[in-house]
Design a protein around this ligand. Structure first.
Ligand code: SF4
Length: 626
């Protein structure tokens, strides 16, 4: 055993920062990381066993206990639930004879819940031994499990043909579908890969490139919206032995799957954007942080990188430009939503727990291995290629005054055509609903659980001073005008996730509860606010839904929603949004449940609770009047 672990470590030159890769290889070899392997890792890498264990324990897809022959990770995102996840879960449990969260006694089956797998347009989906199975039904589950009981290879149990486009590439061969419903400047096959890097950069200085991107007003497409040109300028200014470009391909926001499609169909565009960023900033190290759920793409993407090297668009003296040296490595994650936050992602890239860092210093000053580091989203990087090709004026001719270019939307939920839509900024919600065939719409979650839940209700009656502290829609909203809101940085900013709920959905019990569970599960636990308040707020919501809530409970939720904003990173700062945003736009649903708008709980059963607690500890209750 020791020899094998040492062999894996030496494959990565004993580099402690490659711990993620080393652990992934150990999982591939023996299914989990046992204590003996931990000891070898600690001594060979010069770190403590506790440091190894804390990395293992952080990620969903790592385990320090034996897993099964077939490990089934079933997605529990809201869209999966809307498409029959409960029946699929039941079918797995019945057929495998075990509950979720356990491994069968014979070690054949392991059932696990996971967060969004980036398959919201084709769920419920499961990852079984790294292969993606989409559109699951109880019938398909039975056939799958029967096949596993016969000991078949997992790839022989695939029940649908390969998906469209590159999903059918020999290096992928998955049943995943792209579902590209509307293309635009990015989703356009009519482009010549690496033309900018090989033909255009030699006539431009790095400063020229930064200025063009700055003039385009391109803002980060991951959700934060930071100006890309400015980020590149900051990164170039900081001194460092090396500089680093990171492509954040860890899209984990439930409802988001656009980066999956970009990487499947347009990887050349994304990688070329990284090379442009490297030229502009003087970076020589490129890293793609690819979420584990997209592991099926790894061979395909590595092949594309090799093709890029062969075309002299990566490597040494790229595009014939002397000393323009840059290469890209893909680092797999291991399942942690918080790693979408750039400093958490960097920690993970260094082989540690994906816990966000305190800022400052920001990654542009001190990032990966303390080098100046620029982290850009998949879509942002792809857009820079088009900007360099066509100019900043061309780019600013798309969109609105403050939001230029296009946006990729991942649309899912209650609509006829879920999938990817590339729209200009300034497109209204109503237009998106028409495009995707959504009817009878009650609400839309824009930007995933950390975004906002909007609907058609008139909110003019609400106490805006209090509610708007955390969220400021532009102007007064009236009924129906909600759907006329436009996707833009000044009105409705979004990282691209849009989940549609029709009028048959129970927004509080189905949707908000699911989102709160998500944040509770994904908190890294560093901040007491993020660690505890989502759970407390969820329990308060449960109290309201049980009919025991009072008006004060809604006020408590609003005030706790402000407290949680002090959390260190975006996860905690937005973890109350499902509740806050539903109170803002669907307050009537809360008020329907509370007790005649009273301020005290008139159903509180003191005697019942005292009796229950006495029963629990084996005492005889004594009441004052008994
Ligand atoms: Fe971790 Fe939450 Fe704090 Fe972010 S806000 S650092 S996820 S505990």
């Amino acid at each position: 055993m020791k020899e094998k672990v040492v062999e894996i470590i030496s494959k990565y030159n004993g580099d402690r920062s490659r711990l993620m890769d080393i652990l992934l290889d150990i999982h591939d070899w023996q299914g989990y990381v046992d204590d003996a392997s931990v000891d070898v890792l600690a001594s060979e890498l010069g770190i403590s066993a506790a440091e190894v264990n804390e990395t293992i324990s952080f990620y969903h897809f790592f385990s320090n206990k034996p897993r099964a022959k077939y490990n089934i990770y079933l997605n529990d995102s809201i869209t999966a639930c809307m498409r029959g996840r409960a029946q699929v879960e039941q079918a797995f449990e019945n057929e495998c004879g075990i509950k979720f969260g356990t491994v069968s006694a014979d070690g054949v089956f392991g059932l696990y819940d996971t967060s969004c797998q980036g398959m919201n347009d084709q769920g419920p989906a499961a990852i079984i031994n790294d292969l993606v199975f989409t559109n699951l039904t109880p019938y398909r589950v039975k056939a799958l499990v029967d096949g596993m009981k016969e000991g078949k290879e997992i790839k022989d149990l695939v029940y649908e043909a390969n998906g469209d486009g590159n999903n059918a590439d020999p290096d992928m061969q998955v049943m995943v579908q792209n579902h590209i419903r509307k293309g635009g400047m990015l989703l356009d096959k009519n482009f010549e890969p690496y033309a900018v890097v090989n033909n255009m950069l030699k006539d431009k200085s790095p400063e020229d490139v930064i200025q063009i991107v700055q003039d385009s007003n391109l803002r980060g497409r991951g959700g934060a919206g930071f100006p890309t040109g400015l980020k590149w300028r900051f990164g170039r200014r900081v001194e460092g032995e090396h500089r680093v470009i990171i492509c954040n391909a860890d899209e984990g926001e439930p409802g988001t799957f656009k980066d999956r499609v970009m990487l499947t169909e347009f990887p050349e565009l994304v990688f070329e954007g990284m090379a442009i960023a490297a030229y502009a900033t003087g970076a020589d190290i490129g890293l793609v942080y690819l979420r584990y759920e997209y592991r099926y793409m790894l061979d395909f993407l590595n092949r594309k990188l090799q093709e890029m090297r062969d075309a002299n668009a990566l490597g040494k003296d790229i595009g014939g430009i002397k000393d323009f040296n840059f290469d890209i490595r893909i680092q797999l994650g291991a399942g942690a939503y918080v790693c979408g936050e750039e400093s958490a992602l960097i920690e993970s890239l260094e082989g540690k727990r994906g816990e966000p860092r305190d800022k400052p210093p920001f990654p542009v000053e001190k990032g990966y291995l303390d080098y100046p580091t620029i982290v850009n989203n998949v879509e942002t990087l792809a857009a820079t290629v088009k900007i360099l090709q066509n100019g900043s004026e061309w780019f600013t001719s798309f969109g609105t005054k403050d939001s230029h270019g296009t946006k990729l939307l991942s649309v899912s939920g209650d609509c006829r055509f879920p999938g990817i839509y590339e729209v200009e900024w300034g497109t209204s919600i109503r237009e998106v609903l028409q495009m995707c065939g959504a009817e009878n719409v009650q609400a839309i979650q824009v930007g995933g659980p950390s975004g906002v839940l909007i609907g058609t209700r008139d909110i003019d009656h609400l106490n805006k001073t209090e509610l708007m502290n955390w969220y400021k829609p532009s102007g007064m909203m009236t009924a129906e005008k909600f759907f006329d809101r436009k996707l833009s940085y000044s009105d409705l900013p979004t990282g691209g996730s849009m989940i549609i709920f029709n009028k048959d959905r129970n927004l509080l019990e189905e949707v908000v509860m699911n989102f709160m569970d998500f944040f509770i599960e994904e908190s890294c636990g560093s901040c007491s606010t993020c660690r505890s308040l989502p759970q407390i707020m969820k329990e308060k919501l449960e109290k309201i839904l049980s009919g025991a809530g009072v008006r004060q409970d809604i006020d408590d939720l609003l005030s706790w929603g402000k407290v949680i904003k002090v959390s260190r990173c975006g996860l905690g700062q937005t973890a109350a949004n499902p509740i806050l945003s539903s109170i803002l736009n669907f307050r009537h649903l809360y008020e329907e449940h509370i007790q005649a708008m009273t301020d005290y709980d008139n159903t509180f059963d003191m005697e019942g609770l005292v009796k229950a607690s006495c029963d629990f500890v084996g005492r005889k209750p004594v009441f004052h009047n008994s």
